[in-house]
Every structure is written in structure tokens, then in C-alpha cells.
Design a protein around this ligand. Structure first.
Ligand code: 2AM
Length: 186
């Protein structure tokens, strides 16, 4: 079985900036499982465990769904939390810019994967890059406060490919390995 998801990779300079934000947020002492900066990505669909032979079916579905979506650009926005109010569980950086092609593409992917036997995600799609997952509600308030004082650099990057990743869970956090790339074409 493969624990698998589809995501948009982000370039090094973005990961560098996100790492710096993580370092500043760590100063709060909040108990957070921080995502390794090299593992940060924009998730489009999480499949969970799939039989290995199902991967080509998903790749074909993604190849079909990405047609008529040329590369587009996204920009880092402010810090945010899931849930939006109350005790945070996930801290992330939001994405703005050309979100229309992104939302259209994500919708097409959901439809294609549904046909391939994967039910739609029930939660609304909110494009984000997860920085960390809060382990303990204590200190989570401090995290919210700190986040309000931090400025996210308005870095932009091109979305020109979708990548199927394998996620292997380790005690120190998940390790993501690219399995297959699907390119957007101009
Ligand atoms: P997140 O960034 O919003 O937490 C790999 O685990 C990726 O798949 C993560 O980026 C995670 O999104 C996403 N994902 C979505 N649903 C998931 C689930 N039920 N379990 C684990 N990861 C999930």
C-alpha cells in the first residue's frame, strides 16, 4: 500500500522564508510538530493508503483534469489557523494571487478522482502551506498572538506541475517522496 497525496511543490526560496517564520514562531515555546521546511507543499488531494497498482489510474485522472490549465502564479499571504477560531490545531501560510485557475483545477481534480473511486473532500478547499500541527492547546494562544505580529514576505512562485507524493510516517514526522510529476502546459 502507498500512503499518497497530490500536491504542488514550492521552490527553495519559499521554503527558506517559511523556515524563518517557523523559527520565529518557535520562540513562543508552543508545542507544535513543525513540518520539515523541505517537506512543505500545497496539498490538492489526500488519498490515504492506496494499492500501488491504483497510482497509474490516479495519474491518468490528473493528466486529464489538468488539460486547459496553463502554469499560473501564487503568492504567499498571511499566517492563519485551522480551525479559524478557537484553539488552533494547524498553523499555515495562506496563498493568494491566481487562485481562480487553482480553484478550477482543484475542482476538476476532485471530479476526476471521484470517478476513479475517491470520494470528494468534504471540507472546503482553502489553499494553504502547513507550517505545523499543534500538539498541545497550552501555548496555542501565544502562537496566535505571535502570528499577528509577524509579516509574511509576499513571495510569488509559479505552479507548473502537480506531484504525487508518498508519505511515510516516522516518529520525527512524515517523509515525502515524489512518485510522479504531471506538468501543466502553456
Ligand atoms: P495539511 O497540510 O492541510 O495538513 C500529507 O499528509 C498532506 O496531506 C498534508 O499536507 C495534509 O494537509 C494532507 N492531508 C489532507 N487530509 C489528510 C488526512 N486525513 N491525513 C493526513 N494528511 C492529510
Amino acid at each position: 500500500m502507498l500512503r499518497c497525496f497530490l500536491a504542488v511543490p514550492v521552490p527553495e526560496e519559499v521554503k527558506e522564508a517559511l523556515k524563518e517564520l517557523q523559527e520565529l514562531l518557535k520562540e513562543t515555546g508552543a508545542k507544535v510538530r513543525w513540518v520539515r521546511p523541505e517537506g512543505i507543499h500545497l496539498t490538492l488531494k489526500f488519498f490515504g493508503n492506496i494499492p500501488e497498482e491504483k497510482l497509474p489510474v490516479l495519474v491518468r485522472a490528473a493528466e486529464k483534469a489538468k488539460k486547459e490549465t496553463p502554469p499560473f502564479e501564487l503568492t504567499l499571504e498571511g499566517l492563519g489557523f485551522f480551525p479559524f477560531q478557537g484553539t488552533p490545531r494547524v498553523i499555515w501560510v495562506g496563498l493568494e494571487g491566481q487562485t481562480e485557475p487553482l480553484l478550477r483545477l482543484q475542482e476538476k481534480l476532485e471530479k476526476a478522482f471521484k470517478k476513479a473511486g475517491f470520494p470528494r473532500e468534504k471540507r472546503a478547499f482553502h489553499p494553504h502551506l502547513t507550517l505545523g500541527r499543534v500538539k498541545d492547546p497550552q501555548g496555542a494562544g501565544a502562537l496566535r498572538k505571535k502570528a499577528e505580529t509577524l509579516k509574511v514576505p509576499p513571495l510569488s512562485f509559479e505552479v507548473d506541475r502537480l506531484v504525487f507524493y508518498q508519505s511515510v510516517l516516522h516518529r520525527e514526522g512524515a517523509l515525502y517522496t515524489p512518485l510522479k510529476e504531471v506538468f501543466l502546459e502553456a
